[in-house]
Write a protein that binds this ligand. Sequence first.
Ligand code: HEC
Length: 133
Amino acid sequence: MNLRPFRTLAPAVLLLALPGCFSNNRHQGQRLYAEQCASCHGDQGQGLGRLIPPLAGSDYLVDHRAELPCLLRHGQHEVIVVNGVGYHNVMPGNDTLSVARMTNLLNFIETHWGNEARLRTMKEVQEQLDSCP
Ligand code: HEC
């Protein structure tokens, strides 16, 4: 069998496949949000009445930036105030999110729905996790 056509095609196939890989990675944060957070915080990060605080336009995200990796890792169950409204409910922790995934997830949340935080690096997220109380 003559393999020549396959050899010449292979690089082209690779080039076609690559953009797919990159965009998957770029959208990982969005996908994780849809899978693990949207059921509570809403498709648009809008929250749910007095039960679930919003992420869209949340002053909590800005004021507690350095604590968010620990919040995602260990969850939270105390009174918090978001945009002037008090919430007291259970935010479940998640010990399966890798540092890379957590970074992508936070970067997605913090740059969507009107949020405009500077992007996080994995190093920053790792350091913040290391100093969880
Ligand atoms: C079971 C419902 C539920 C799920 C799932 C959930 N959360 Fe929460 N989240 C809450 C509740 C309730 C609070 C408020 C906790 C409190 O009262 O202390 C909260 C608080 C927060 C806060 C801080 C307050 C704010 O609104 O800025 C952030 C950030 C947050 N969640 C992000 C996430 C992310 C990211 C995910 C997905 C990995 C997620 N949550 C999954 C219910 C949930």
